[in-house]
Design a protein around this ligand. Structure first.
Ligand code: NAD
Ligand code: ZN
Ligand code: ZN
Length: 389
């Protein structure tokens, strides 16, 4: 079959790879009908996530048709149309029973690698390095779905792929980031980034009742999309973010802040960001946490710092004193996708949101490598790419 494979930093290719096969009775094989490129894939492309190997199949946002089912799988049948959450979960461990689906204790086949880096293992992920299980991803014609009797969800025929595909990741991710803010009707929420994830953060904050959202980025069409959702916007390449936030909030500051950017933040020339870049380049640091620092500084005392943006390693110069003195609460993590699926599918069915608003580019798998670059470089107005294998 054809699949998008990682071959090193900046090197993604559409290759011939062996078809996947059932390996366990609970598995299913899904023929992929739609698959998207995520900001998290860019961290792989840019070489920020360790334990990738040449030839690894990428992709964790995908859906399709079940074409084969393992013997013990009582939930799925051949012909079912399913979305597949990016976090793989067993449904039986203590974390799964607590609905902490992204913390499944059993789905990572390479537990020792995760334990070395993080003390404990977390869930296996599709197409996301060997440290999270080394599972082949869904930017491919077919994919093997382990524990397919737990997380995958059948979708109603009346809804198109474009409407439900983002239930696999970015819609629940934006929603969880907003839920983690414990939104009250008087809240102003500041959101760093206007990428696909942040776009869902913005809309989720409003759906959950926030009074006001301030969104920060420097890419014109992404800022425009944020504005269309009702956010006030700040262009960090043109304005001083903290000063502008204080101006917009009458020096009060946002009640809650969301870091929707993660480890590859740009710094708009600020000193801390220049140092981050230099350190990351010579492997003295892993992540570039400029946004996290700014969000902590901006947050009103007693507030919440919600972090859907991905971090992977040891972060430098985090103003922990400010966080401590202001009594801030931190919430973060990979998304517990399954926890939100019923609610979010309901919102789509009732027409409260049509997630396809974020799609700007459609392509074939063959065009994938080129579109990875277009998405990374924010060329051609690219906000979200969906591929049809
Ligand atoms: N927690 C999860 O489970 C989960 C799931 C999906 C994605 N993510 C993460 O969410 C993050 C965003 O994903 P995406 O798909 O939207 O990615 P993206 O790369 O398309 O968007 C990131 C945006 O941040 C902007 N940005 C960079 N520096 C900034 C700064 N200093 N201030 C404000 N904005 C800045 C960029 O211009 C870009 O528009 C990534 O880190 C991704 O890995 C997390
Ligand atoms: Zn993703
Ligand atoms: Zn589990």
């Amino acid at each position: 079959m054809r699949a998008l494979c990682w071959h090193g930093k900046g090197d993604i290719r559409c290759d011939n790879v062996p078809d996947p096969a059932i390996e366990d009775g609970r598995d299913a094989i899904v023929k992929v009908t739609s698959t998207a490129i995520c900001g998290s894939d860019l961290h792989l492309m840019d070489g920020y996530i360790p334990t990738m190997e040449k030839g690894d199949v990428l992709g964790h946002e995908f859906m399709g048709e079940v074409v084969e089912v393992g013997r013990e799988n009582k939930k799925l049948r051949v012909g079912d149309r399913v979305i597949v959450p990016f976090t793989i979960c067993c449904g039986e461990c203590e974390q799964c029973l607590a609905a902490n689906w992204s913390l499944c204790e059993r789905s990572n086949r390479n537990k020792e690698m995760a334990e070395k880096a993080y003390g404990y293992t977390t869930a296996g992920l599709f197409g996301y390095s060997h440290m999270t299980g080394g599972y082949a991803g869904g930017q491919a014609e077919f994919v093997r779905v382990p524990y397919a009797d737990v997380a995958p969800m059948k979708v109603p025929d009346g809804l198109t792929d474009d409407q439900v595909l983002f239930l696999t990741d970015i819609f629940p991710t934006g929603w969880q980031a907003a839920v983690n803010c414990e939104i009250r009707p008087t809240d102003t929420i500041a959101i760093w980034g206007c990428g696909p994830v942040a776009q869902f953060c913005i809309r989720s904050c409003f759906m959950l009742g926030a009074k006001r959202v301030i969104a920060i980025d420097r890419v014109a069409e992404r800022l425009a999309m944020a504005k269309a959702a009702g956010a006030d916007t700040i262009d960090f390449s043109k304005e001083n973010v903290l000063e502008r936030i204080w101006e917009l909030t009458g020096d009060r500051g946002p009640d809650k802040v969301i870091d929707g950017v993660g480890m590859e933040a740009h710094g708009g020339g600020s000193i801390d960001a220049v140092v981050d870049k230099a350190k990351a380049a010579v492997m003295l640091a892993t992540d570039r946490p400029h946004v996290l620092r700014e969000a902590i500084m901006a947050c009103r005392p007693g507030g919440i710092v919600s972090v859907p943006g991905v971090y992977g390693g040891m972060l430098d110069k985090i103003p922990f004193g400010a966080a401590f003195q202001k009594g801030l609460t931190f919430r973060m993590g990979q998304t517990h996708v399954k926890r939100y699926l019923d609610d979010l599918l309901g919102l789509i069915e009732r027409g409260s949101i049509d997630p396809s608003f974020v799609i700007t580019h459609r392509a074939s798998l063959e065009e994938g490598p080129e579109l990875y670059k277009t998405f990374r470089d924010k060329k051609d107005g690219c906000i979200k790419v969906v591929m049809k294998p």
